[in-house]
Design a protein. Structure first.
Length: 147
């Protein structure tokens, strides 16, 4: 009796939430289009000479590992500044708890270096998520430091 009640509850919850087991290609195409738009960067970002490309619906990723002092290039007008915050993270871009982020301020133009983060402290080996803010727009870029 309990098993039947649980099955009925599951069916009701599925119907209430609107879950469907059928594949609707129109919905999938719309979702894919939204995902592509969401992952598009508002301005170009390169780390270590490698341009960041779409990784998931939230951020872009630099394909190859970079050195700890790699150059950061942001496609910005010469009179526009940017604030870069770099968080240690896992391979999926999830920030690691208890780790302090590094910050870089770019005044005019769009070139700087990872070596300029937080008073020139060397960033640790591993994955990092870079949050670039400029002109009211934000870009997230995942990259790996190889050292």
């Amino acid at each position: 009796m309990r098993k039947i009640a649980m099955c009925c509850l599951a069916v009701l919850l599925t119907a209430a939430v609107g879950c469907s087991t059928t594949n609707n290609t129109s919905e999938q195409a719309t979702l894919a289009k939204r995902t592509k738009l969401a992952a598009t960067l508002p301005f170009g970002v390169s780390v270590g000479g490698c341009k960041a490309k779409c990784f998931n619906e939230i951020c872009a990723k630099v394909a190859k590992p970079v050195a700890g002092n790699a150059e950061i290039a942001i496609d910005l007008p010469k009179n526009q500044s940017a604030i870069i915050t770099i968080f240690p993270c896992d391979a999926d871009g999830v920030a690691l708890p208890g780790k302090r982020p590094a910050t870089i301020i770019v005044n005019g133009g769009g070139k700087t270096s990872l070596a300029k983060a937080n008073g020139k402290k060397k960033l640790a080996k591993g994955f990092h998520l870079m949050d670039v803010v400029s002109g009211g727009k934000k870009a997230y870029v995942l990259f790996e430091i190889k050292q």
